[in-house]
Ligand binder design. Sequence first.
Ligand SMILES: C[S@@+](CC[C@H](N)C(=O)[O-])C[C@H]1O[C@@H](n2cnc3c(N)ncnc32)[C@H](O)[C@@H]1O
Length: 320
Amino acid sequence: MTRAASSDQNIAGLHIPVLGVEAVQALEPRDGGVYIDATFGRGGYTQLLLQTANCRVIAYDQDPDAIAAGEKLVAQYPGRLTLRHSPFSRLADHDDGLVDGIAFDLGVSSPQLDTAERGFSFRLDGPLDMRMSLDGESAADLVNTASVEELTRIMRDYGEEPKARRIAQGIVAQRVTRPFVRTGELASLVASIVPKQKDGHHPATRTFQALRIAVNDELGELERGLVAAEQILKIGGRMAVVSFHSLEDRIVKNYMRARSTVATPSRHVPILDNAAKPTLRLVTRQGITASEEDLAINPRARSARLRVAEKMHDDMGQVA
Ligand SMILES: C[S@@+](CC[C@H](N)C(=O)[O-])C[C@H]1O[C@@H](n2cnc3c(N)ncnc32)[C@H](O)[C@@H]1O
């Protein structure tokens, strides 16, 4: 589910994550337009937007390290790039007016994964952290305090881990004498419970995914982010969302479908003028998946999916 550097595309010297070119193209960037990169990361999408048209970009990331590393780009594109250290659920809280397009590239970035101190990796030993924002409850706080039931639910629902309960019991038994501090300690415990995987994945892959989703409230963020994105899109503007696992994709698919479908009128409820009109139009019905070329380089790109919708109309009655 996490983004793998090896599957990324190199376009004119830019490092673009899988499906990034398709996502940016789907926004049809135009001169004078204003676009939001909701997940700046290392700035691949932002640079592609800035190079595709003489537009402005407002880029969000909840990771202070990503924003700090992006300052170089701000200087490279004077007056065209604004960086914002904020979760994308707050896209509508700023006074930017309506925008022409919004891209989301969900998940963690390669720098986050590859930096042991950030605590996302079961391969690199580091503090058991996993907070993209470096704020709030860490993964160590969670595994050292949550009940067996809560830990089981997290690993089952967010990681689809068949041994969720056994792992949760193992965590709770171990933390009584030795609270978890390092990623390596958790990875070893999980590896002692989950057998070696036939597909070559580390036994702790699903557990780490689940904890990361819980620590960062990734699904709640996505639900709120989609609503906020629709609110600040111009009529005719598009949102493009790349997800990397089925839990995220289901949220994106259901949201776009619900907002692009006319509610079935009820015999008992009067139809209000705008209430029944869909607010979005699906630009991609089934979504776009990674190319054979991407898949050949990295089989994990298999779960990547891009969905695009265009704003048709809003709840206040503004129509394209
Ligand atoms: C997959 S990376 C994006 C890579 C980027 N498209 C690029 O080209 O370099 C995801 C980034 O989104 C950020 N992120 C994830 N969830 C977020 C949220 N709810 N709000 C703001 N940023 C978020 C992460 O911190 C990470 O830097």
